[in-house]
Design a protein around this ligand. Sequence first.
Ligand code: HGY
Ligand code: MN
Ligand code: MN
Length: 413
Amino acid sequence: MVPLDLKIDGNRLRDSLEEMARIGATPGGGVQRLTLTDEDKQARDLFISWLKELDLAITVDAMGNIFGKRPGQNNDLPPVMSGSHIDSQPKGGRFDGILGVMGPLEVLRTLHANNIETKRPIVIVNWTNEEGSRFAPAMVASGVWAGALDLKWAYNRTDIRNKKLGEELERIGYKGNTACNKFPVHCYYEYHIEQGPILEREGKTIGAPKGILCLHWYDIYLEGEANQVGPTPMEGRHDALCAAAEMILKVNLLPEKMGGNMVATVGEIQNYPNSRNIIPDKVHFTVDIRSWDDDLALRAWEDVKQDFQAIADRRGCPLGMEETWRVEHSPFDEKLVQRVLNTAERLGYSNLHMVSGAGHDASYINQVAPTAMIFVPSIGGRSHVEVENTTWQDCEAGGNVLLHCILKSANEV
Ligand code: HGY
Ligand code: MN
Ligand code: MN
């Protein structure tokens, strides 16, 4: 039985996070480490160098997922796995994803330093392209690993410059030879900042989400008629941007209209030719709908699609709609979630049972193995922004809960 007073080294965790934050650092104090860019490669290389220091068996699979395996006393037993993602949003924060990779790294460093053996092996993982910002969709690599998404489809995903995911993976040298296929996992813990206001508002240190909302992503394409803004009368214009503007407001009103627990957002838009004195004739924008109720989210899409078509017809702007990606809501393993809450309690940390509005690789791993997450507060509830912040004290607290959850699971047969 491992003594509860075994703790991670909070300063060492902080040092690793600060070193990673220097890779892709932005002037506003955040990071830009878009997936499969040189910054992502640099951070991956650093991560692998740290795995080597612990003599872990390192595997890179065909989607660039990086696994580090620490042997147990019985390596025939399925491992306990923990990880998250190194990639970030365009102007992202210093904690989203990376805390969930540095956290298990710190756990392994602590076990290494104390010569602690576990019955089961332990695997740490960095999942490629969790964010889905450069290449949609999000969580694409854990989705391929879990067998929910197709490798070739993933390889052909393109970014705004028409670069392909598979080619970029090759370019940075992380297109591994190992097949990207699920393997038996005893259980999976993902450590992550909450990215919302609940823990701070409730004054709690540790969050244990019961699961993650469904995420549904759509891409909308509008055609209009470009013309000189001066001589062209308002009457009879086919202004693609005005059509998009009406549609975007329909998305914003959708949760209220559907009367359910839902969020709906248009986060990305491209407008062409995007010149102040030309009537726009091409617009692309994205729709993100999330809810604990998958059917409600689907009904919301069916509803707003009608509105889109009516607006497009009235404005004479032909409409294209792509149902890009859906991942179901994922209820986590209740026993494992309870283990997170009990461990926090035993370690003296206040804790809260909640839900995750943010998507995580845990959504897909949950389809393969018992899964739970450990949250720590986001200051001001902010995330996906340069001011994203969490206290070092809370980072350490979450790391200690992760340590003892992993130890408990790695010693059960
Ligand atoms: O979209 C999300 O919630 C995550 O950041 N991929
Ligand atoms: Mn994340
Ligand atoms: Mn994110």
